[in-house]
Design a protein around this ligand. Structure first.
Ligand code: EPZ
Length: 413
């Protein structure tokens, strides 16, 4: 899918089963490169980033076979193997092979990762954390290098980096003894990775807290169900907030979306929650108090772009501050082209609601920015074309047929 053509103005109505989480599946899948065994990953999303990760794994003797919503992974033939820079450069989570390969082989050479351009996205926290455990790291024309068996010890993260926390957990699987991470990220995807590693034999303490300890143990295969994708859910909620209508999401954990549902309620949407489902009646009608993104349990940065789209036609003025990434308003020019009134940039924008948006010819900037454009287009008058729409396949399974089933008028080209 390279382009999507959308005719806006139709409310979304119906039920969507939320898929397994991209940002939970990717570290768990990468972890199989550190553990010899057989795994069944249930509720694993069929998205581009999972496919790319399976291709990278294949070069290291790890096979992955999809059977419906489950991925069967066999790493009994795990061996050192080169990581194709063209694959690694397409997603951020390829950097997690640094910790996984270090644990498995005592050395890792990882082409620099790619993924959404949201700012510099340095790797200093990953490297400093490994070096605190006595691992030697370097960067050369091949990419990022790490060698040496991690010692037992404590790493202090100055910022609760999700990726650095995950990389350190994977590296700890090959450590000489317990590894403690102070200042660990609290995202639910970290908990899911810990649950998977525990199912494979690792000893984890402090799961769900910022003080995580992993004690390496003999590891083996396991079955695991990937937790629901809270960002896919947030995106569909914001789409309904753009179009109006009545949308029920099932198979999710509403509590993990609390900051998003709170913002949408403040914008005038009605949201009803049950144990594993959420129903929203849109549209968003009014501006909300100033909102700032932040590490979990703060407002998730990955929902900022879709929420920006949902607030473009909300009466009044909303200030959004992006504290996680330094360049995460790259979707704003597209919204302006649709008639939105947004000022600012960098870390802060002000959205002044307008009565309507109109279609435009757009180009997706990144995964969540492209999702924001799609949400805005669904609620706009007229026709919108979104180029580079293939970016959406990285993180949203069956997006177009699902939206069509909910009543949206859109066609891939
Ligand atoms: C993960 O990225 C997610 N990606 C991102 O989702 C998400 O936005 C982000 O966490 C924050 O929640 C995956 O899980 C695959 P970070 P990650 O390390 O690990 C800075 C999506 O749309 N930093 O927590 O890269 C960094 O520059 C994607 O699904 C350093 O300074 O995020 C950023 O400003 C986008 N040095 C902040 O920390 C480092 O060594 C948060 O980054 C590492 C990070």
């Amino acid at each position: 899918m390279e382009r999507i053509r959308i005719r806006g103005g139709r409310p979304l109505c119906g039920v969507v089963r939320v898929h397994g989480g991209k940002n939970a599946a990717l570290p768990i899948l990468t972890a199989t490169a550190a553990i010899r065994g057989r795994f069944i990953l249930h509720n694993c999303p069929a998205i581009r980033d999972v496919e790319i990760t399976c291709e990278i794994l294949q070069a290291q003797g790890v096979t992955a076979v999809r059977k419906g919503g489950s991925l069967t992974v066999d790493s009994t033939g795990l061996r050192p193997g080169p990581i194709d820079p063209r694959l690694a450069g397409r997603l951020r989570s390829s950097v997690l092979f640094l910790g996984a390969d270090l644990a498995a082989f005592g050395e890792a050479v990882i082409p620099l990762p790619g993924g959404c351009v949201l700012g510099a996205r340095p790797l200093d926290l990953h490297r400093a954390g490994l070096e605190a455990l006595g691992v030697e790291t370097a960067c050369d024309s091949r990419g990022l290098i790490a060698r040496g068996r991690p010692r037992s010890g404590t790493v202090i993260l100055r910022y609760p980096s999700v990726g650095a926390t995950e990389n350190l957990l994977l590296a700890a699987l090959g450590a000489e003894g317990p590894v403690r991470i102070l200042g660990a990220a609290l995202e639910p995807e970290i908990d899911d990775l810990c649950a998977f590693l525990a199912a494979c034999g690792a000893e984890l303490r402090g799961v769900g807290t910022s003080c995580l300890t992993l004690t390496p143990q003999p590891m083996h295969g396991a079955e695991h169900r990937i937790l629901p994708d809270r960002m896919e859910a947030a995106t569909y909620l914001c789409a309904a907030a753009c179009t109006g209508g009545n949308l029920t999401l099932t198979d999710l954990i509403p509590a993990q979306l609390a900051p998003v549902t709170q913002a949408l309620r403040a914008a005038g949407c009605t949201l009803d929650e049950a144990a594993d489902r959420l129903t929203i009646s849109g549209p968003a009608r009014q501006a909300i108090p100033p909102l700032r993104t932040g590490p979990y349990p703060g407002f998730p940065t990955d929902a900022q772009a879709p929420l920006t789209a949902a607030l473009c036609r909300a009466k009044g003025s909303t200030v959004l501050e992006e504290t996680v990434f330094e360049d995460r308003f790259r979707h704003v020019p597209a919204l302006l082209a649709m008639g939105a009134r947004i000022e600012g940039g960098g870390r802060l924008i002000r959205i002044q609601g307008v009565p309507r948006l109109h279609g435009a010819d757009l180009e997706a900037t990144d995964l969540r920015g492209g999702a924001a454009m799609l949400c805005a287009a669904l609620g706009a008058e007229g026709e919108t074309l979104i180029r580079r729409a293939g970016l959406l396949d990285r993180g949203y399974q069956d997006l177009v047929p699902l939206l069509q089933r909910l009543g949206a008028a859109l066609e891939p080209e």
